[in-house]
Every structure is written in structure tokens, then in C-alpha cells.
Design a protein around this ligand. Structure first.
Ligand code: WTA
Length: 574
């Protein structure tokens, strides 16, 4: 310890702009960042210790760590509070025999207990799996089943969506705001935590031990469990400093839910590793509430997404009346392409240039960014961070010259690179099929100044409001509906959401197309999977285009939709 707050980069005293250090950055070494953690001296580490306990030990326990607000509550907690609450829950987990490497999932709305329990899980060396609260039965079951989760922290409301009889590995359920019922394996999170000890020795781990799992969508098969290890903290800490530009007195707000990777890497880890006050807002999106959160909490650094900015933009100036946003000094975006029009809106309305950042669940942390001090080219994702090498490759792995469209690839490794896809080594290998490179699945080009420009997904994944939707998962749900014979799902362009889900459906004998049936089918996906995966458009077809092996050709559906040529049809059935 002791070295924790040494500078990781040669920053100037009052100015943290990376770009000021053109030369110094050439000498960037990950090891210099690694040196910031206890691991460097002891060979042992624990994310929750580094993000919470360390600050208490170093005399910052009284500093506000979490400001939580929703339409009816506003609470704040210090680093010492977080330490105490996570220790309590860690002790509860240990009491039930849960420990290192066990998967413990979270399924609850954004609220303070979500953050306390997540830290408690990490303290005892278990691997945390946060689920988005909007997931319905099938989505929850698939993820708990695949991960072999032994415990779940949830609420009495959401428990209804957990099919326990089909989840033999799931031994314990901790209910936040509910009572114990030992016969049913239900344990009161509140009562047990209240009577547990506040003292806990964290489980000391190596950098390669498990940290977190996030499920993400692919174009085929069920969602993939992207598994990250403790080492990721090196990247979280580093990008917190050089991209989020966090400084001691900042009030930071990341709008993402911990059910998605942004809500953990940048809604929990990056700010708290850096000892920063973190704002969490519960409840639904509303322009007035969002603006007033910035105003009331005096938010200085704000990380959100293009969809949210577009919604604020759409809400117009009325919702801005009398709101003071002058506390903001740095604004960032992630998840989808950031339209130049939105950046211009940010310039005018927020008084800040919105900084785009590119990364993925699998990459665990930011890789290509517009960081402070850099010249922003409107519409570009920015440049690879110091320590990261990106390139555009053709399908054979050759590096392409500037302005050629190809596979966006990152040179391996970097600290927060995923460690595996749970239960699916073959899927993992696909990302690394070109030796020395991670293939992102995005297509992009680089300009002659080394800026990267996003073009689209190479696969069929749909990015709706920044949420990646796997067409296969939606198709599988659709064909469970009694009227649906076959279904093909694609993304179509949408001004607000980027893309929306469109389903092409052929009906079973005896069913007739109607608007009522469309609504019923959409509602079926909404209640079985999640609202964001439900098709916003449905079109009935007598027959869907298929390959001879029976695979629905989404490429052809897309061509129909966009009135474009369908390309090579040699594999199509009759
Ligand atoms: C897309 C979110 C354009 C991209 C952290 C990527 C982006 C996928 C950007 C990952 C950006 C993310 N510009 N597209 N700045 N950031 N994407 O796993 O297609 O939910 O592959 O991770 O979102 O989505 P994921």
C-alpha cells in the first residue's frame, strides 16, 4: 500500500489532460498503473477492498461515496458506510457457505442495496452477475441456468420471475425487503445483514481470479456469459483518470444500470477505485428529473448514452427552464454512434462537448475514446488510448490502410479483456481467430490521423437504445407463440433509438394476420423476455427466405426492408 495515490501518468498539478503529454505517453506502461494496487506488493487483491476499504484505511472513510436519489428518496453513504454494509452482507454469504468463485446474481432495481450487496459478494471472492430488472422469466432463467448461480439477491416482486423449480444449482435466495422462509430457501437480506458482524477479512485473490459476469447477445444462440477477472481493475482505474478525467472533488454520474457493463465498469468500479463521489438515480427516465439531478447534486462529470441525449434533445427547451447545468465540466457518451447533431446540441445546451467512447461488454473497459484535451472530430469514436493498439483488418487478418472499411480489431491483451465466455470456449475463440488480435464484430475505418469511425455491426446484433439484442433470442421466443410458425428478426433504423427490432413472421395454419395478433405477439415477447427485445414492428409473410440448411437469412430480410440488393443468393432454398 502507500503508493496508491501516486500519479499513474505524468499529469500536471492542475491539469490532467493526456494530450498535453504527447511525449510522455509514448512511454506508457501498464505496469505503472498496476503499481497502484495492493497486488503489486502483496500479490493479492480484491476489487471491493480496492474500491472501498482502502479509502477508509487511508483516512477517507468520511467522504461521500454514494448519493442515491429517486422521485421519493435521497440518501447518501460514505466510504465507511459502504465498507460496513458490504462486510455485513459478506458475512451473511459466508454463513451460508458461499465463497470464492461461486456465482451470485443480483436481480433488483437500482437502489442502494444493489450496490452494498454487489460489494459484499466481491468481498468474499464470489463472482457477481447483475441482471437488469426489466428481464422477464425466460431471460432470467437462461442466465441463471447457464452461469450455475448458487445464490440470488432479489426483491419479493421480482422473485415471481424466477423459475426456481428449473434451477437446481440455485440454493439460496436473499430477499431485499422481504422475510425469511427457510422451507422455501428464502433468506431476509435485511434482517440477516443487520445482525451480522461489521468485521470481515476480505478474500484475497490473484489478478486472474473471477470478478463479474455480464450476459451479452450474439447473432446465434443464447446470450453469452462474458466473464471478467480482477485484473480489469487496472483498466477501470486508469480510464477513470484519463478518460472520465476524475479528480478528488468531482461529483460523477453514470446513468447506466449495473445490469449492463457500463453500469458496473463505470457506474461502480472506475469512480470508486478513484475514490470519487458517485451519483445513482433510481426510477424511470424523465428529462426534468435528470436535469434536476445534475443541478441538485452539482454533477461535474456525466457519462450517458446517445439515446438519452436524443431524448433530452427531443424534450425541448421547456424542460430546461430555470435549470442550472453549470456544474458540468466533462460529458461522455457510450453505447451507440454519437450523432454530430447531438454533439452540437451538447455544445449549446449543456455547454459541454460530448466525448464519445467506444468499447464493449467483452472489452470490459474503454478502448477508443475522445479524451480530454484531444481534438474531437464530430462523428468519430476517437483514438485508441495510450496502451491500446487498434487497427482495421480484412478477414484474413491483414492490416488495411486508412479509409478502408474492415473489422475493427484490438491488439491483445489489455487488462480488462474478457477472460472467457462461460461454458463456451468455442465462442471465445471466435473473437481471437486472428492471432494477436481481438475481433470486435464492429466494422469501422481509420482516417489518416488515426481517428476511428464506426460503420456498423458485422453480425446481425441489433443495437436499440444502446442495448445489444440478439436476434436469435427474440426469434426463439417468437416461435413459442402458438400462432408463429417461423420468425426472422432484424434491426431497422430509428431516429430516436438508433435501431428498433422488426420481426418477419410466417403464421401457422388456421391463424390470420391482423393488427390485434401483432400486438399480442409483441406483448408475448415483452412479458417473456423483456420490453427492449420486443419487436416494435411486425410484418407477416407467407414464407421466410431460408438457406438450404434451413437457416433464416436475415440478410435478405434486411435487404427487403431497406430496398437494397440482397447479394449472393446461391445458398437460398428454392
Ligand atoms: C456499439 C457497451 C458506436 C458497438 C459498452 C459495440 C458503439 C457494442 C459505441 C457494444 C460507440 C458501443 N459508437 N457504437 N461509441 N460504443 N457501441 O457490449 O456496436 O452493450 O460493439 O457494450 O455497442 O455493446 P455492449
Amino acid at each position: 500500500m502507500g503508493k496508491v495515490h501516486q500519479e499513474i501518468l505524468p499529469r500536471r498539478a492542475n491539469n490532467s489532460n493526456l494530450a498535453d503529454y504527447g511525449q510522455a505517453v509514448t512511454y506508457f506502461k501498464w505496469e505503472d498503473v498496476e503499481r497502484q494496487f495492493s497486488w503489486y506488493e502483496t500479490g493479492k487483491v480484491n476489487m471491493a477492498y480496492e474500491a472501498v476499504d482502502r479509502h477508509v484505511e487511508e483516512g477517507r472513510g468520511g467522504k461521500t461515496a454514494l448519493i442515491y436519489s429517486d422521485p421519493v428518496r435521497e440518501e447518501s453513504y460514505s466510504f465507511a458506510d459502504l465498507k460496513e454494509k458490504s462486510n455485513r452482507f459478506g458475512n451473511v454469504l459466508r454463513k451460508y457457505g458461499i465463497g470464492k468463485g461461486d456465482r451470485v446474481f443480483l436481480f433488483m432495481p437500482r437502489q442502494p442495496d444493489l450496490y452494498f450487496s454487489l460489494l459484499g459478494i466481491l468481498k468474499i471472492g464470489a463472482v457477481v452477475g447483475p441482471l437488469f430488472e426489466a428481464f422477464m422469466e425466460t431471460a432470467v432463467k437462461d442466465r441463471l441456468e447457464d452461469s450455475g448461480a448458487v445464490a440470488l439477491v432479489t426483491t419479493p416482486e421480482l422473485l415471481k420471475r424466477v423459475k426456481r423449480e428449473e434451477l437446481p444449482d440455485l440454493r439460496h435466495i436473499f430477499l431485499v425487503g422481504g422475510y425469511s422462509d427457510p422451507e422455501k430457501g428464502l433468506i431476509s437480506y435485511d434482517l440477516e445483514s443487520a445482525s451480522a458482524s461489521v468485521e470481515l477479512e476480505p478474500e484475497w485473490l490473484g489478478l486472474e481470479d473471477g470478478l463479474i459476469m455480464h450476459y451479452t447477445s450474439g447473432s446465434t444462440g443464447k446470450p453469452k456469459g462474458v466473464y471478467h477477472v480482477q485484473r480489469a481493475m487496472i483498466q477501470h482505474y486508469y480510464t477513470g483518470r484519463v478518460v472520465l478525467d476524475l479528480r478528488d472533488d468531482d461529483i460523477y454520474w453514470c446513468t447506466a444500470d449495473p445490469g449492463w457493463v457500463t453500469g458496473t465498469s463505470y457506474g461502480i468500479f472506475a469512480p470508486w477505485l478513484n475514490g470519487i463521489t458517485n451519483v445513482v438515480r433510481g426510477g424511470r427516465f424523465s428529462p426534468r428529473d435528470w436535469y434536476s439531478t445534475i443541478e441538485r447534486c452539482r454533477v461535474t462529470v456525466w457519462y450517458s448514452a446517445p439515446t438519452a441525449f436524443r431524448m433530452l434533445m427531443g424534450a425541448g427547451n421547456e424542460s430546461l427552464k430555470g435549470v442550472d447545468l453549470s456544474s458540468l465540466r466533462h460529458v461522455l457518451s457510450v453505447g451507440e454512434p454519437l450523432n454530430p447533431e447531438v454533439i452540437r446540441w451538447g455544445d449549446n445546451v449543456l455547454g459541454q462537448r460530448i466525448h464519445d467512447t467506444w468499447w464493449m461488454t467483452e472489452t470490459g473497459g474503454q478502448l477508443i475514446c475522445n479524451y480530454p484535451g484531444m481534438d474531437i472530430k464530430l462523428g468519430s469514436m476517437g483514438q485508441p488510448l495510450p496502451g491500446i493498439t487498434a487497427a482495421i483488418l480484412d478477414d484474413q487478418g491483414n492490416e488495411l490502410p486508412p479509409y478502408s472499411m474492415g473489422n475493427l480489431a484490438i491488439k491483445t491483451p489489455w487488462p480488462s479483456m474478457m477472460d472467457r465466455i462461460w461454458n463456451n470456449p468455442a465462442k471465445y475463440e471466435e473473437y481471437f481467430r486472428i492471432p494477436g488480435w481481438y475481433i470486435s464484430g464492429d466494422s469501422a475505418y481509420m482516417d489518416d490521423e488515426g481517428y476511428f469511425w464506426f460503420l456498423g455491426r458485422v453480425d446481425d446484433c441489433i443495437n436499440s437504445s444502446g442495448e445489444m439484442i440478439g436476434p436469435f433470442e427474440v426469434e426463439s421466443k417468437l416461435v413459442e407463440h402458438p400462432a408463429v410458425a417461423e420468425a426472422g428478426v432484424i434491426g431497422i433504423p430509428d431516429a430516436l433509438r438508433g435501431e428498433i427490432v422488426k420481426a418477419f413472421i410466417s403464421l401457422r395454419e388456421g391463424y390470420l394476420p391482423s393488427d390485434a395478433l401483432k400486438d399480442e405477439i409483441a406483448a408475448f415477447v415483452k412479458s417473456g423476455l423483456s420490453a427492449h427485445a420486443a419487436p416494435r414492428e411486425i410484418e407477416f409473410k407467407d414464407k421466410l427466405p431460408k438457406t438450404r440448411s434451413g437457416k433464416i437469412m436475415r440478410r435478405v430480410l434486411k435487404a427487403w426492408e431497406l430496398h437494397q440488393p440482397a447479394g449472393d443468393l446461391s445458398t437460398i432454398e428454392d
